[in-house]
Each structure stands twice: as C-alpha cells, then as structure tokens.
Write a protein that binds this ligand. Sequence first.
Ligand SMILES: Cc1ncc(C[n+]2csc(CCOP(=O)(O)OP(=O)(O)O)c2C)c(N)n1
Ligand SMILES: [Mg+2]
Length: 429
Amino acid sequence: MISSAKQRLFLHSNQLLNVSSIQFRRQPTKQMVDFGQNQDKTTQTKTLDPMPSQEGQVMFEIEKDKYMFHFPPSTLFNQNALKIPESVGFLPENLKDMYKQMVTIRRFEMASDAEYKKKKIRGFCHLYDGQEAVAVGISAATTFNDQIITAYRCHAYALARGDPCKKVMAEEFGRYCGSSKGKGGSMHLYNVKNNFYGGNGIVGAQVPVGVGLNFGNVYNARLKGEKLDRICFALMGDGAAQQGQVYEAMNLAALFRLPVVFVVEDNRYSMGTSTNRSAFDTGFYRRGNFIPGIQVDGQNVFQVYAAAKAAKEYALKESLPILLHMQTYRYHGHSMSDAGLYRSGEEVSLIRAKNDPIKVFKDKLDAKKLFPQEFFDKVDEDVKKEVKESVKFAEKCDLPPEAEIARDIYQDKEYTVRGRSIHEVYHVK
Ligand SMILES: Cc1ncc(C[n+]2csc(CCOP(=O)(O)OP(=O)(O)O)c2C)c(N)n1
Ligand SMILES: [Mg+2]
C-alpha cells in the first residue's frame, strides 16, 4: 500500500495522481504463488486476457468531406491530465492509404515467411502480422520529423516510415541495396532520413535510447531557442515492459519533463510466455505509476490513431511523458524458429476471426459501403505484385562488399559532442 507520506509526496509533484484509481485487477491466487509452473497449456489459454470486443464498436458518419469515426471512451490511468477524443475524422484518401499500408505489411510478412522457409532469408526473423493496426495508426499520427524506435519486430515500421518493400526485403536477404546495406538483416532496419531508429535486438534497450532521443530534441530546441515540434515514440513489447531499465527510463523522462510517448505493444506473449504468466498486473497502461496511461484497442486502427495523436499533443503541450498500452496479438510464432507449443491453434483462429485488424477495418468501411469492392481488389492485386517484385529485386542485389564490413561501425570523421550543459562542447578527432 502507498503510505500517506508517499501520497503527499506524489501530490506535491505537478502530476495528477489519483491513488484510488490504482486497482490491480488480479489478486494473488494459488496459481500465481506457484509461479505458473503447474499451469498446463489449457489453463494458460483460458487465463489469457480477452481481446477488446469489436461488436458495434465504431460508428461513423460523413461530415462535409470527412468520415468521422466514433468509439467508446478509452480506459485511462491518471485520467485527470488527459483529454482523449472519442471520435476522429479522416479524408477518404487517408483511409485508403491506411488500408493499403496494412495490406502491404500483411503480404510482406507472408512473403518473408515463405522466403525464410526457402532459406533465402537466414538468421533471426520476427514477423508482425496481426499487429498491423498499431504500426499504421501510430504512423498516421506522426510525421517523418518525429522519431520512432522499436525492437527487432520492425519490418512494419520500416515500411510505414517510407522504405519501399524492395529495400526491406533486400535487407532481409542481407543484400547491399537493403535498408542497412545488408549488414543488419531483419532485426536491424533503420531510416536516417525519416527518423526511424530501428530495429534493436536487446529486449528493452531501445526504451532508454528513445528517452535519450527526446532529451536531445528538448536540449537542441532550447539551445536554438526554438519551440519543440518533434517527439520520439519509444516502443516495446509486453516482455520488455517487465524490465527495470524501462522504469529507470520512465523516471528520468518524468523527472526531466521529457515529452516521450512510451508504447507497450502487448501481443500477449514474450517468446513462449503469456502475459498472464509474466506480469502481475497485465494492465500495462497503469505501469508508469506517475505517468498517465491509455489502454488502446490495438486491433482497431482508428483508436490507435486517436490515442497516438492525443498522446503526442499531450506530451508536447505539457512537456511530460505518457504511456500507451496497445492490446494486440501476433499470429506468427515469436520468431521463425518457434514451434508454438505454448498456445492452441483455436486461440489464434478465434482472434483471426474476431479481431483481425484488417478485417476490423474493412468491416467498418463496408458497413456503410464507403468504397466499392473494386478498390479492395485493386489494392490486393497491386500489393501482391509489389511484394513479389521485392523478392525478385532482393535476389538480384549483391552482397555487401568486403570493404564495407567495418564501415558504419566505427566513427571515421571528426565530430562534436555535447557535455553536461549547453555551453560545454567537445570536438573529437
Ligand atoms: C536483454 C534480453 N533478454 C533476453 C533476450 C531474448 N529475447 C528475445 S525476444 C524476447 C521476448 C520479448 O518479448 P516482448 O517484449 O513481448 O516482444 P515481442 O517479441 O512479443 O514483440 C526475449 C526474451 C534478449 N534479446 N535481450
Ligand atoms: Mg510480446
């Protein structure tokens, strides 16, 4: 329990903490005391938190030239500080783009799976199908001036940040014309121009780096006397969200008043361990303690977009961090070498049938016949062609030349580095 002294301490800070709103949904049970070792597969499946229901979730109406989508209020933590819209408006072109991006990611991951099985792609490979609404919703709510950093399950973000399929596929093939010149592979995709910081293999390590990026943004804006207009979204999985470094990073972000948007992509598993076995409190949006949080239906691109947009606005306006909990699901195994023995086929099929992000999106559009079937058919056809061509392109690319091996690893130019204050600058030769 939080002591009254601690309560006073919290309330003295300029965060609005409603202590009574901390409710742990799950009380310690016998199952938890035995650390889950005695849970059999059936119990694990039964105890997985349900996915948000899609039944009657999104209503929409056309207002002038915009399609307005409405949804139920979000579940918030420290809600006093937040105003989350319950409707969002899109131009038809935006909706078409978002649909195409989601279908591209899905097809791309299917092709990656096939090429991996043919041994054209080697090494680690983590697929993102099932989670498409998260990457696409966040991408729609940000500009390329904003930064995104994530873990190794990163193909979707590389695509959403503007790399064409052929470049990402070539990287998976380890080819010189790939996103990271064939030296990173599936887990290490970057895009300097569009502020995509990867693609990081050490679980959770990208989170403090994301906080550092925000620190840099704030520092540089102050140095130049400019208004801060960019933000870094620091993404992590549900497994990473159990790590100590994440909470150290959150503490610093709040202490330094950094506008970080932390995002937990809760796909229900870290490798073969379900969230119910790894997390005492599976409500990740409450995990920031002093940091406000929003629970988001990560299968619903409208909600992801609205929450990401509101979070960005809140963080920049207040110069404070915020935490988004995306409830989502991965269809493929953890990586290509996962035999999937920890969950049932029925569980995956049920979510595919009821919560598939592309289906959820299309159903909402179809309910009012927003676009003709020909539009969807054409997207499928174009995307299939683009992905197929990306494989052909990757096959034809060269491997990185030997001279490239150490390049981009060691700094080979003079550079300046900042010290502890704005006026302390070092030149390194
Ligand atoms: C520090 C560290 N510990 C362990 C691993 C091995 N590992 C790789 S992925 C992973 C699971 C992470 O799960 P989650 O954060 O939920 O992300 P997801 O794979 O579900 O996207 C683990 C334990 C690692 N790469 N780094
Ligand atoms: Mg996970």
